[in-house]
Design a protein around this ligand. Sequence first.
Ligand code: 6MZ
Length: 341
Amino acid sequence: METFCKNLPKIELHAHLNGSLSESTLKQLQRIKNVDNDDISNFKFDHSKSTSECFAVFKIAQALTDTPDAVKLATSLTLQEFNDDGVLYMELRSTPRRNPKMTKVQYIQSMVDAIIDTSNLIEMKTCVLTSIDRRNTVEEAEETIIATIEMAKKYPHIIVGIDFSGDPHIGIFGDFTKILDTSRCAGLKVTVHAAEIPNEKETLEILEWKPDRLGHVTYNSERNAGSKHLWNAILKSQIPIELCLTSNVKCGTVKSYADHHFKQFFEAKHPISLATDDKGVFGSTLSEEYDICAKTFDLSEEQLWNISYNAISQIFANDDIKQNLSSKLIEFKNNNFKSMT
Ligand code: 6MZ
C-alpha cells in the first residue's frame, strides 16, 4: 500500500508554505542567513500538542523566510519535495508578509518566480493561494487582497485564490466578508478554514457566504460539539472539504485517526480531498496521508484512486489543467488496474 500511495498521482489542495518547510530546507535557510540556533529542533511535532502550541512554531520558519530570496528558495525546495512525493498538482498557500526588506507584492513574486523556474524541472503543476491571517486586521487583509489581485492580473494561471486561515481562537470571520467579496469579484476563488474549534455560529456564517472550498471542518455534528442542523447544512452545501488527518490528530482536535471525520464525510459521499496542511510541522507527506487513511478506514487502491481523481474537480485552476490532470490519472488507472471499469 505504501508504494501504491507513493506512485499514485496526487492532488494537494491544502499546504501552507511556512508550515511545509522540511528540516533540510530550514537548515539551508539558516546557513544562508548565517544563523546558528537550535530553534528549528522545536519546529517538527514529535508528539501531539495543542493548537496554540502549533501556532507558535510557525514563527520559527517565518523568521527564516523574511527576504524575497529566502521565500523563493523555500518555495523551490518545497515544490521539489512535493513533486518527489508523487504530487501532480498542488495549490501552495502562504501569508504574504511586508517588512523593511520586502513588500507583499515581492513576497508573492518570489513564490511565482520559484514556480516558473522549477516548471521545466518537475512534472508537478503549482498554483498559489494567498492567505489572510485572521489574527491580523481587516486593513492588513485588504493590503494582501490588493497585492494578490495585482499579481493575479500578471499571472492568472498561477495565482488562483485566497485562503482564510490562522489561529481560530482569534479574529471573526464576519469582519472579513466584505474584503473577501472583493477578491471574489476579481475572479479569485476562496477557501476558508472552518470549524477547527467548536464554533457553530461562525461555521454557519461561513457556509452562508459560500466559499469555493473549506478546510478541516472538524467540529461538524452532534458527535463532535456541533449539531444535526450544522451537519445537514454542511452536506447540503456540497462545498468540497480539504481534510488533514495527521494535522488534526497532532493538534489534538480529533482523538485518533479512527475518530477522524474523514469517515463520516466519505460515507456521506461529500466532496473531499486529502492534504498535509503543514508537512514540516506534522511530519507527514501526502503519500503517508493516503496510506494512513487506507489503513485506518480499510480503503482499497481503487478507492484511493477515486479520492485523488475526484479532487480534480475541486481545484481552482482552469479547465485545461483539469483536463490534463484527468488524462494523467486515467492513464495511471489503465496501467495499474486492468480490472477497473
Ligand atoms: C489555521 C494555519 C494552520 O502562511 O506563513 N496555518 N491556519 N489552521 C492550521 N492548522 C494547523 N496551519 C498553518 O504558513 C504558516 C501560516 O499558515 C496558517 C497560520 O496562519 C500560519 O501562521 P505561511 O506560509
